[in-house]
Design a protein around this ligand. Structure first.
Ligand SMILES: Nc1ncnc2c1ncn2[C@@H]1O[C@H](COP(=O)(O)OP(=O)(O)OP(=O)(O)O)[C@@H](O)[C@H]1O
Ligand SMILES: [Mg+2]
Length: 259
């Protein structure tokens, strides 16, 4: 069943610097990353270490100072703005904490938004949006407005929307940061399972050890590079031991909170 592993995202020697008045802030300093289809990778790191910067580069919202980024085999650093928009529209799904649903549209209309630019017939679009809402467990709220939904339901709708264009890669930046722990864990599990089923790659930035623990791999962004050592140390500094790396049983979501 498994063919050769397909790389969904490859970053090679990626640099990103920002000019801040007179100073140059060197955020990413030769970052390398490979993420395969079907893989769920968590990125952790101190505040300001460049996690969002990296996601923005992979998502084509920003361009690197140097280096190469491949998404589904295409070097996106060589694309012009129109080509980049196409890429974003067809290959990349994003789930960011501050990416709210459009308040004047119902849940299902929000999920249909990414499909509007493609010439998909209304009926087909609607059907697909409804099946996505069913997959995330909120089809019974399809015709409700966002303000009529709970925070967890809104996150589910946002996840359905992020998957509407069948992305190769789903990029998440603290996607459940504003949810309670249990709801957050449910969303992450759902995201992981849906992505695996559809063979999508997921890269999620998180500060939450429980989220990180659900990932296939955890990488630490430190000094502008991704490393897979020192993860334990990173979490221990916040008082959490993640040495039992993987959660597996469905109701292992309660955890001792850090003191
Ligand atoms: N557009 C920009 N212009 C100037 N500096 C920027 C810009 N974007 C990010 N930076 C700087 O780059 C560094 C990394 O920022 P980034 O947002 O990627 O961190 P982060 O790891 O996501 O942090 P957090 O965990 O707090 O979200 C910070 O010092 C930030 O101030
Ligand atoms: Mg950030």
């Amino acid at each position: 069943m498994t063919s050769a592993k397909e790389e969904a995202v490859v970053c090679k020697e990626v640099f990103r610097e920002f000019e801040d008045g007179t100073r140059v802030i060197k955020v990413l300093r030769g970052t390398d990353l490979s993420v395969y289809r079907g893989e769920f990778v968590a990125i952790v790191g101190a505040s300001g270490s460049g996690k969002t910067t990296l996601l923005n580069l992979i998502g084509g919202l920003d361009r690197p100072t140097d280096g190469t980024i491949f998404v589904d085999g295409t070097d996106i650093t060589g694309l012009n703005d129109d080509q980049m928009s196409e890429m974003r529209r067809h290959k990349i799904g994003v789930l960011f904490q501050d990416q709210h649903l459009l308040p004047i549209f119902t849940a299902i209309e929000n999920v249909e938004v990414p499909m509007l630019l493609d010439e998909i017939r209304a009926e087909k679009r609607h059907k697909k949006a409804m099946s996505l809402l069913a997959a995330v467990g909120v089809d019974h709220r399809a015709h409700h407005m966002p303000h009529e939904l709970s925070g967890g339901m809104r996150s589910r709708v946002a996840l359905a929307r992020a998957l509407a264009n069948d992305p190769t890669v789903l990029l998440c930046d603290e996607p459940t940061g504003d949810l309670d722990h249990k709801t957050g864990a449910e969303i992450i599990r759902l995201m992981r399972d849906l992505a695996k089923k559809e063979n999508r790659a997921v890269i999620t930035v998180t500060h939450d050890p429980e989220t990180a623990r659900m990932a296939d791999r955890i990488l630490l962004l430190r000094d502008g590079k991704l490393v897979d050592e020192l993860i334990g140390e990173f979490f221990r500094a916040s008082g959490v031991d993640i040495s039992t790396k993987k959660e597996e049983n469905s109701d292992s979501s309660e955890k001792p909170t850090t003191g």
